[in-house]
Design a protein around this ligand. Structure first.
Ligand code: TYD
Ligand code: MG
Length: 459
């Protein structure tokens, strides 16, 4: 008897091994390696796309062409009717693009996509394929949310071959596949959700989208450690990868772009989850700022530049005498190493000794700040908590701190100042090179160039 060939695959990163082992050498995960029987047609995905393409012109391999002569068709973006969603996608849905929407169970991925397809269905042909819910459930939800369902076509299907065939017949402009983890491709032996099924399904859908100019949204679940199941595999084959996540406040969801071939990354969109589905939050700064009446030491607002727009958030710091020999340093929402660096710079260049203090910092609302402009406000919040002196509520700060104690300018300084002024802030602590030349009436600007100048501004 001929033994079927098999390979051992890690379900986290997709690495392949000849025999089983407890830990994956590539990603370090334990118990993620399982046996998979090799299929006879290793490129099952390609075969699916080919099988389903018969209804479309121009689907055959095109050979080599001059770049200047390549025909570009249908590049106008389709709006999603959600401004927040459009901005995250880089200005709307690109025909033929593949977008992966990731998120924890219950984040609202199905809700967001159902709302989107229903709202665009008046002018756009859409096909919503669900592999997780029944058609009744989808219809119930659409009715409960009062969505216009007239032009929406739906199907309950888990076979990629059938989905491609359905889409070939329906010829939609937008196809939603919810979710990629329950899909399977003919000719791949392993179970739905396994790395090879997810990869083949995604590859087949991607090829199908590219050749038919149908925009495809794939829903992908996030595993318990926060990565998309088979993250590397999915992320490199799609055009855009966005994650819908809920922060500390369960009412709000942020849509964050991690990869985008058609726009800027770091763009975020903010939604509120209400009893009638997701609603856009047009002024997200308002929810990330603490509206307490009384000011307490250790808190300060800052403007971060996420993607193409400013966002006002509140930073908090707590500096407290450490009871133990090994003081704790913990930062939530900002880089841990940067906190250690800031504490050293404050010690060396401003004479503040934190060696016997526990230090905690936090960004209110569960926002993550990647940029260095949060150095100055963090340092101010640390000093404020350390000295026990509250900073005036109308104060806002931004700027980068260098290792020699200098304060460096950051990008989009003027825009940050303008946005904060619009939101009611009046006292600005900014790097010297970001200070505005003309100061409007009512604005107080402290242009700083060294960290020791921050000391005088607190207390
Ligand atoms: P869902 O879109 O099913 O999540 P996902 O597809 O990402 O797993 O959203 C389910 C959650 O959203 C659920 O916890 C309830 C909440 N929700 C509301 O609060 N209001 C609503 O109108 C809807 C449809 C869902
Ligand atoms: Mg769902």
């Amino acid at each position: 008897m001929v033994k079927a060939k098999s390979v051992f695959v890690c379900s986290s990163c997709g690495a392949k091994y000849a025999r089983w082992q407890g830990q994956c050498r590539e990603c370090g995960e334990w118990n993620t390696i399982s046996e998979q029987v090799l299929s006879e047609a290793p490129t099952a995905g390609a075969a699916v796309a080919r099988r389903a393409l018969s209804g479309f012109a121009g689907a055959a391999g095109t050979g080599v062409a001059a770049l200047s002569e390549v025909q570009v068709q249908g590049t106008a973006r389709l709006p999603t009717t959600f401004q927040e969603f459009d901005r995250v996608l880089g200005g709307g849905i690109v025909p033929g693009s593949v977008v992966l929407i990731g998120g924890n169970p219950g984040a609202g991925k199905s809700t967001l996509l159902l709302q989107t397809v229903c709202r665009i269905s008046a002018g756009t042909r859409v096909l919503y394929v669900t592999g997780e819910e029944s058609l009744e459930q989808v219809a119930l939800r659409a009715r409960r949310l009062n969505l216009p369902t007239g032009g929406v076509r739906v199907a309950a299907e888990t076979s990629i071959d059938n989905i491609c065939a359905l889409a070939s017949a329906e010829k939609p402009q937008v196809l939603v596949v919810d979710s990629i983890q329950v899909m399977h491709v003919q000719g791949v032996e392993s179970a739905p959700g396994s790395v090879s099924q997810v990869r083949e399904s995604a590859a087949a859908l991607t090829q199908f989208a590219k050749k038919t100019h149908i925009a495809v949204f794939m829903v992908g679940h996030v595993t318990k450690d926060g990565t998309l199941a088979g993250p590397k595999i999915l992320e490199h084959c799609v055009d855009s990868s966005v994650i819908l996540e809920s922060g500390n406040d369960p009412r709000f969801r942020t849509l964050r772009c991690h990869k985008n071939r058609f726009g800027a990354v770091n763009e975020i969109g903010v939604f509120a989850m209400t009893d009638t589905g997701l609603k856009e939050v047009k002024n997200p700064s308002a929810i990330f700022l603490n509206r307490q009446e009384k000011v307490a030491p250790g808190s300060l607002a800052t403007v971060v530049w996420e993607g193409t727009r400013p966002l006002l958030v509140e930073l908090q710091a707590l500096v407290d005498y450490s009871q133990y020999g090994n003081p704790r340093r913990l930062s939530l929402g900002t880089d841990q190493n940067r906190l250690a660096m800031l504490l050293s710079v404050l010690h060396r260049h401003a004479g503040c000794q934190f060696a016997d203090q526990d230090v905690f910092t936090n960004v209110v609302g569960g926002v993550r700040i990647e940029e260095t402009a949060s150095d100055v406000p963090l340092a101010l919040a640390l000093l404020s908590s350390f000295k026990g002196v509250a900073i005036d509520r109308q104060t806002i700060a931004f700027g980068e701190i260098g290792l020699t104690g200098e304060i460096r300018p950051v990008a989009s300084g003027q825009e940050r100042i303008a946005e904060a002024f619009k939101q009611g802030f009046r006292r600005f602590i900014v790097p010297k090179d970001n200070a505005p030349r003309q100061i409007p009436a009512g604005m107080e600007v402290h242009a700083v160039s060294r960290v020791d100048e921050l000391l005088e501004l607190v207390g």
